[in-house]
Design a protein around this ligand. Structure first.
Ligand SMILES: Cc1cc2nc3c(=O)[nH]c(=O)nc-3n(C[C@H](O)[C@H](O)[C@H](O)COP(=O)(O)OP(=O)(O)OC[C@H]3O[C@@H](n4cnc5c(N)ncnc54)[C@H](O)[C@@H]3O)c2cc1C
Length: 388
């Protein structure tokens, strides 16, 4: 696509030197800018983005602000032990509180809703796991409700599920508007259509960020590229893996779904958005070998499976038109947890990422922790890139 001078909001790129240059204008990059400005209001920050604000995963996701991680709580406990699993869970609960306090407030235009999300089981084995998860969560004081198949039919309009649980404190939002709001509140200077190719040593101890628009010099560079991190620096090639996710939406229908839902061990997800459309994503498991890399194209196989799922489980959606189909690139970390750190060979280059399909539930708090790290404060061990 060609860009006209008038539509190119970055045409007036300057050659100024910044205190901090952030690469990537998604949830993570804008969150770091926000926390840096809180720390030092006079800090001069530029955010460089190869597309447009939220043009990556942040403007292409499903909008679930989910506590926890890519797995049910019982699996987190199996993997990390009960105490660490709870710390990981709590980290995302704090993420939601910070978003409410600093960004969302009483705003009504962000389509924010915090009445919980469901996890649904269509097999006895998954329902058993969900009940185990609910018991472990209740033991830790996390609010959760168990629902049966008939409640799922009445409250969610869905057939073919035998039971499920509802995490009462989860939320959902319009992710594009949220990213824009974080960016506005941060007050950094945004350069769109500015693609970074490499980072070199700059004048007087600075770092020089080389882009298609020339160089941006700064004392500190922050890479907020999530799934795209390995595309700019091979250091990240064994730490985070670009992984595609696909979504479709239906035409609007009258409101029938009480809240957003996950199914099939968190692999598939669907919700009814504010204008009545039903959005569904997932089914990556059908084409694992092709759902990697940096392409944001959709495939017939996964799009077909998403449509069939809606037809099978939702009588009210049978025959409804599909209005949008899209894909985006996520960053899956080696162990499923996000990371923050500084490059071992260059302590002026910091980074964050590895949100593993949960950036809305993690990135605002992770951005705060990156700023803590930069100012010498402690961060949780499970977040530190030193673990790799
Ligand atoms: C289909 C899908 C559904 C999802 N659903 C959810 C969900 O419901 N809930 C949830 O919590 N998470 C979800 N996610 C994950 C979530 O969107 C991400 O975790 C989050 O957006 C990561 O934010 P980020 O800022 O780290 O990365 P991104 O938003 O990807 O930002 C990175 C930015 O870097 C830019 N960039 C790349 N290379 C360069 C370069 N060389 N120079 C300059 N800029 C560059 C990209 O254009 C991009 O804008 C989903 C993701 C997808 C794809």
């Amino acid at each position: 696509m060609s860009i006209s001078y008038w539509l190119d909001h970055s045409a007036n790129t300057s050659n100024e030197t910044y205190d901090v240059v952030i690469v990537g204008a998604g949830l993570a990059g804008t969150s770091v800018a926000y926390w840096l400005k809180k720390e030092e209001p006079d800090c001069k920050i530029a955010i460089l983005e190869k597309n447009e604000l939220a043009g990556g995963a942040s403007g292409r996701n499903a909008g679930f602000i989910t506590c926890g991680s890519v797995e049910h709580f019982n699996r987190l406990v199996e993997r990390w032990g009960e105490d660490l699993a709870y710390q990981i869970w709590n980290f995302s609960e704090v993420n939601l509180s910070l978003l409410k306090e600093h960004i969302i407030g009483g705003a009504t235009d962000l389509e924010f809703d915090d009445k919980g999300t469901f996890s649904l089981a269509s097999t006895d084995q998954e329902f058993h796991e969900l009940q185990e998860t609910a018991a472990l969560m209740e033991k830790r004081g996390i609010d959760v409700e168990t629902v049966n198949g008939s409640q799922i039919r009445t409250r969610l309009g869905a057939e073919g599920f035998i039971g499920g649980i509802k995490y009462l404190s989860d939320a959902s939002i319009n992710p594009l508007r949220l990213t824009r709001r974080i960016c506005e509140k941060g007050g950094a200077k945004l350069f769109e259509r500015t693609e970074v190719s490499r980072i070199e040593e700059g004048p007087e101890g600075t770092r020089s960020v080389v882009t298609n628009r020339g160089r941006f010099n700064a004392s500190v560079v922050i890479l907020a590229l999530n799934g795209y991190l390995p595309s700019i620096d091979p250091y990240f090639a064994d730490k985070v893996f670009p992984t595609r996710g696909q979504i479709l939406t239906t035409e609007p229908v009258p409101k029938f779904m009480e809240g957003p839902c996950y199914a099939h061990f968190v692999l598939d997800y669907f919700r009814q958005v504010q204008d009545g459309r039903v959005l569904i994503g997932g089914f990556r498991q059908l084409e694992k070998e092709t759902e990697t890399g940096y392409s944001d194209h959709v495939t017939d196989k996964i799009q077909g499976a998403l449509g069939e799922f809606l037809e099978r489980h939702f009588p009210v959606l049978r025959g409804k038109k599909i209005t949008h189909r899209w894909a985006g690139v996520m960053g899956f970390s080696v162990d499923g947890q996000p990371f923050v750190g500084a490059k071992p060979d260059d302590q002026q280059v910091f980074f964050l990422g590895g949100f593993t399909a949960h950036g809305l539930g993690l990135s605002f708090h992770t951005g705060k922790c990156l700023v803590d790290l930069m100012y010498g404060r402690d961060i949780p061990g499970f977040l530190s890139a030193k673990r790799f």
